[in-house]
Design a protein around this ligand. Structure first.
Ligand SMILES: [Fe+2]
Ligand SMILES: [Fe+2]
Length: 266
């Protein structure tokens, strides 16, 4: 797949940080601190992100569920007037997909949960400061830089599917891991497409060199915060020193799959 030098440079900025997020998850699977409670915790936090997560350019920053729902209600009388029918279809598809991700992780959570474990409560705001900081960073990027901020937020959505890809690798292990692998497989293809939503059309927008540089800066900031978010979600399997090393570039970059991206970006 042919992309411009500038887009290739943006992907190269992201690739070591995508690898860092994958390392958090991969380390967790066989980490000595892992137990049922830490599994339930990360799954509940993932459910929260799939249901109430925000900052990826959704309507009025209302979150991945309420945002599109509100936009649909507000726009239904304007379809074929100044709202494109395909835009509405995209909102409905996105809403369906994100809620199906919530259901996949919620079902894995409930299958692992024992009677004495707390039930899932997607309405509570969890103690998850690194995720709150990630959302705030995206809001600031969007407020300060408009469409470029939205691009940076969408481009970094899902962190190149790090969690889902690493989760799928648990297939064949049995037990809780098989449940996690199945949930991650449900989500993987959707999230790969969502991430590409931040790339499609970038090369046709005629961005100036300064815009590309700004995108690289925003993407780098957001992806570094994503690594901190993931590490907190998984009860911190990576020590601070390793995260500092990843931030310093001491990691092999993830290979961006240009062939897999090609049909979506065509
Ligand atoms: Fe999702
Ligand atoms: Fe998504």
């Amino acid at each position: 797949m042919a992309v411009s030098d500038k887009l290739a440079r943006l992907i190269a900025t992201a690739a070591p940080l995508w690898a860092g997020e994958a390392e958090v998850v991969r380390t967790y699977w066989d980490w000595p601190g892992r137990n049922r409670a830490t599994d339930l915790r990360w799954l509940a936090l993932q459910c929260y992100k799939e249901f109430r997560g925000s900052g990826v350019g959704e309507h009025r920053n209302l979150g991945v569920f309420v945002g599109p729902l509100t936009e649909l209600i507000e726009s239904h009388e304007r379809i074929e007037i100044d709202v494109d029918r395909r835009h509405v279809l995209g909102l409905l598809e996105g809403l369906y997909e994100e809620f199906s991700h919530y259901v996949a992780f919620a079902e894995a959570h409930d299958a692992i949960r024992c009677p004495d474990d707390a039930p899932l409560d997607p309405h509570a705001t969890p103690d998850f400061p690194a995720d709150a900081a990630l959302t705030a960073l995206r809001y600031r990027a969007i407020a300060a830089h408009g469409a470029l901020g939205v691009r940076a937020s969408k481009f970094t959505e899902g962190g190149y599917c790090a969690l889902f890809r690493e989760g799928m690798r648990l297939e064949g292990r049995g037990g809780h891991d098989a449940l996690i692998a199945a949930a991650c497989a449900t989500v993987f293809e959707d999230e790969f497409t969502h991430m590409l939503g931040g790339i499609v059309g970038l090369d046709d927008e005629g961005l100036a060199e300064d815009d590309w540089r700004l995108l690289e800066t925003l993407v780098g900031e957001i992806l570094r915060q994503r690594i901190l978010m993931r590490n907190q979600q998984f009860s911190e399997p990576l020590p601070a020193a390793r995260i500092a090393a990843i931030f310093a570039g001491e990691i092999a970059p993830l290979d961006f799959d240009y062939d897999k991206a090609a049909p979506v970006m065509a």
